[in-house]
Design a protein around this ligand. Structure first.
Ligand code: PMP
Length: 396
């Protein structure tokens, strides 16, 4: 429904300019809300300002990546310093070693490599598993988003070939029988099982620990690898959800918060698996990326992760738990864990998005709410009030 408030954004000069050069006026499909999205002008801690001068609380945080909100002074200072001495080199830098050391200490994964997005990290982790095992099949689960590489988008998506379809099996998450059936039939052709322990598009419902353990045992039994996609879930616990589950995966993928607001992706895992990227090996998997491991992303990520210490993780998860409980008590349908939640209200997601935006809170176009350490108690109270009202409006 296009209300006068929403129409103001579609009629705005910037929006008109944008649609002349870009289909629907922007790059990322996930940012589009009809009739036209607001454009961000600046970010200040927990807030953003749009092109019409509106100021809202950012409860989206660039789809969970801005763990400290916008322009955290410690991150901007570190970035300013590193930018002044060169932003990218045709040589490795100490900054990537530092971030790899930090991630290794936190997650327990022995070796790391960096990319510019979670999409690339997942794509390359899958290739690593295929190279390591010499097998082709990837098993993954319905309702999990792993970026936009061929193997992880819908098998029926336009542009996906029959070859890709035949190498990918998609199963309902948590269904042991369906999983065992595929393993029994094709186990010796399975390269990897890819799982998100709290899949966003499946509604942010945490995976059943018994199912996760079952996958670990089954993959070991048939010689396949287990890849845990921690691109979103790493923020939920100091060492990530895989460590908390005791899942002991062969590879994990990371992204979002580990870039401190800058482009990033990463694969971590066992040394012998990451050895598939060894440039001195007879055959090795290439890892490219002109801007992979650039010192800006590496520095911002390191500082952001240092600030997100055990106490900060716990505090933010506590704030999320309290917010979710209050929303549930007020009759709002919401799932999630810690600092991440997903509204499960009936109706058009875009209407809920606008209803929240018009009450001063920006959520994800998919109903995602992601907290940042920049939010005050007052911000959290505003989020609660606005979401309760937005959900009530949707039910009317
Ligand atoms: N995996 C998961 C679990 C994700 O949530 C995302 C992004 N939302 C990706 C992979 C892809 O990351 P990126 O958007 O950085 O390519």
């Amino acid at each position: 429904m296009t209300t006068p408030q929403r129409a103001r954004f579609a009629e705005d000069a910037l929006s008109r300019r944008a649609t002349k050069v870009m289909t629907r006026g922007n790059t990322r499909s996930t940012l589009f809300v009809p009739p036209a999205p607001p454009y961000a002008v600046r970010g200040e801690g927990a807030h953003i300002v749009d092109q019409l001068g509106g100021r809202v609380i950012d409860a989206n945080n660039n789809y969970t990546s801005l763990i400290h909100g916008h322009a955290h002074p410690r991150i901007t200072a570190a970035v300013a310093e590193v930018v002044g001495s060169g932003t990218a080199f045709g040589l490795p830098t100490e900054q990537e070693v530092e971030l790899a050391e930090l991630l290794s200490a936190r997650t327990g994964q022995e070796r790391w490599r960096f990319s510019n997005s979670g999409t690339e990290a997942v794509m390359t982790a899958v290739r690593a598993a295929r190279s390591y095992t010499g097998r082709g099949i990837l098993i993954r689960f319905e309702g999990s988003y792993h970026g936009t590489s061929d193997a992880v988008v819908s098998r029926t998506a336009p542009g996906i070939t029959a070859g890709v379809r035949s190498d990918v099996v998609v199963l309902p998450q948590g269904n042991v029988e369906a999983f065992d059936e595929v393993i029994a039939e094709h186990g010796d052709r399975v390269a990897a099982v890819l799982i998100d322990l709290m899949p966003n598009r499946a509604g942010l419902v945490p995976a059943d620990p018994a199912f996760v353990e079952h996958i670990r045992e089954a993959t070991r039994a048939v010689g396949a690898l287990m890849i845990v996609d921690e691109v979103i879930s790493l923020r939920l616990s100091l060492g990530g959800l895989a460590a908390e589950y005791g899942a002991d995966p062969d590879l994990i993928t990371a992204g979002k918060i580990i870039g401190g607001g800058f482009p990033i992706g990463a694969v971590g895992g066992r040394a012998d698996v990451l050895a598939v990227f060894d440039p001195l090996a007879d055959t090795s998997v290439g890892w490219g990326g002109t801007f992979s491991a650039n010192p800006v992303s590496m520095t911002a990520g390191r500082v952001a992760m240092q600030l997100f210490d055990a106490e900060a993780v716990q505090r933010l998860n506590g704030a999320g738990d309290r917010l979710r409980e209050s929303l549930l008590a007020a009759g709002v349908a919401v799932t999630g864990r810690g600092s991440l939640m997903r509204l499960r209200e009936p109706g058009e997601p875009a209407d809920l998005w606008w209803a929240a935006y018009e009450r001063g809170v920006m959520i994800g176009t998919n109903g995602l709410i992601s907290l940042s350490t920049a939010m005050t108690e007052q911000d959290l109270a505003t989020i609660e009030r606005s979401i309760v009202k937005a959900a009530e409006q949707g039910r009317r």
